[in-house]
Write a protein that binds this ligand. Structure first.
Ligand SMILES: C[S@@+](CC[C@H](N)C(=O)[O-])C[C@H]1O[C@@H](n2cnc3c(N)ncnc32)[C@H](O)[C@@H]1O
Length: 314
């Protein structure tokens, strides 16, 4: 089949996905593209990126931002081509993703099992740091789209946490772009984040490693972390958390259920646990904390989660 490429990117998406599903082959003439001084592929890609991103991109440009949009859009396009469109397509995609996660998690070269915990295999600590820091680029576009919802979710979470209300200063470990920090600011807390990769010029989050926190002993009232599954050395990270917390301070840990409770880690988790109870007990022992409360958060955007409040004895 042969079609002439139309400038209408919405139509292009429909046509491309329809043809790919029908025949697995797409032919596009480059008459239109030649008029614009670029190749047909570059022009189609440009229009698809514009349509999927919902805003016009510079004509086949190679600017950094356009490069990010283009990578995201092409990923979306390849998903459309593979799974089609609509609710059923989403179901097919989720099922494939789950199968892939399960097969990766049971690959003994990728994950080591040690008693109640599983750890991702890294060639070195530098390899771990590089892997973790590489996540931001892959999710930046999705983060931008969900930012407001995530902000509200954090705000409600903190607002309903009675144990946090006594704190004035809060440190957010692995805070990425700082949405959780902004939510704390909106509630009147002094808060700052720490992350291996906070992006460029981030006013909310410092660049740093939660295995070696830059702040002095006893300097914060509360610490929040929803990224324990990204820890390389839990004993080190929890020792640092305890050190930086003031006596009587609280550590709010938010995490997924365990791998024997129905959760399977994905591409960036560095560790996981058999059950939530096992993790709670391990953190309690490593930090010498009291467990103040365990809250079931139910199904969140990241799967079933718990919020556990640990307190450092006064
Ligand atoms: C699942 S994301 C969570 C981000 C954020 N808390 C949120 O909810 O949007 C995990 C984050 O952990 C960060 N991270 C991984 N290892 C870290 C480390 N050793 N020290 C600090 N941050 C780390 C990654 O850079 C990434 O931003």
């Amino acid at each position: 089949m042969r079609i002439t490429y139309s400038q209408d990117a919405e139509i292009a998406i429909a046509v491309v996905s329809y043809l790919a599903r029908k025949s697995g082959t797409i032919y596009i003439t480059d008459a239109v593209a030649r008029k614009r001084g670029c190749t047909a592929t570059a022009w189609v890609e440009h229009c698809l990126v514009s349509a999927i991103c919902g805003n016009p991109q510079p004509t086949p440009s190679v600017s950094k931002q356009a490069g990010v949009h283009r990578a995201v859009a092409l990923k979306k396009l390849s998903n459309i081509v593979k799974y089609g469109l609509g609710e059923e397509a989403r179901g097919r995609k989720q099922a494939d993703k789950k199968k892939l996660r399960q097969s990766q998690f049971s690959d003994s070269e990728l994950w080591r099992r040690e008693d109640d915990f599983a750890r991702r295999t890294y060639a070195s600590y530098e390899d771990y740091l590089a892997h973790q820091a590489s996540k931001l680029d892959k999710v930046a576009e999705r983060l931008r789209q969900n930012e407001e919802d995530v902000f509200q979710e954090f705000k409600e979470r903190y607002d309903s946490c009675a144990e946090l209300s006594g704190a004035r200063t809060v440190l957010c470990l692995a805070a990425r772009l700082g949405t959780e920090v902004r939510a704390l600011h909106a509630l009147g807390y002094f808060a700052v984040g720490l992350d291996l990769n906070p992006g460029d010029d981030n006013p909310y989050v410092l660049k740093g490693d939660f295995h070696a926190i830059v702040f002095p002993p006893g300097s914060v009232d509360a610490i929040y972390c929803n990224s324990i599954d990204h820890v390389f050395d839990l004993a080190k990270m929890i020792t640092e958390t305890r050190r930086v917390l003031c006596p009587g301070g609280v550590f709010l840990a938010e995490f997924e259920i365990g791998f024997e409770e129905g959760y399977t880690p994905g591409n960036f988790e560095a560790m996981h646990w058999r059950s939530a109870d096992v993790l709670v007990q391990q953190i309690q022992e490593l930090g010498g904390f009291d467990v103040e409360s365990v809250r079931d958060l139910g199904m969140t955007r990241r799967g079933p989660r718990k919020l556990v409040v640990f307190r450092k004895p006064a």
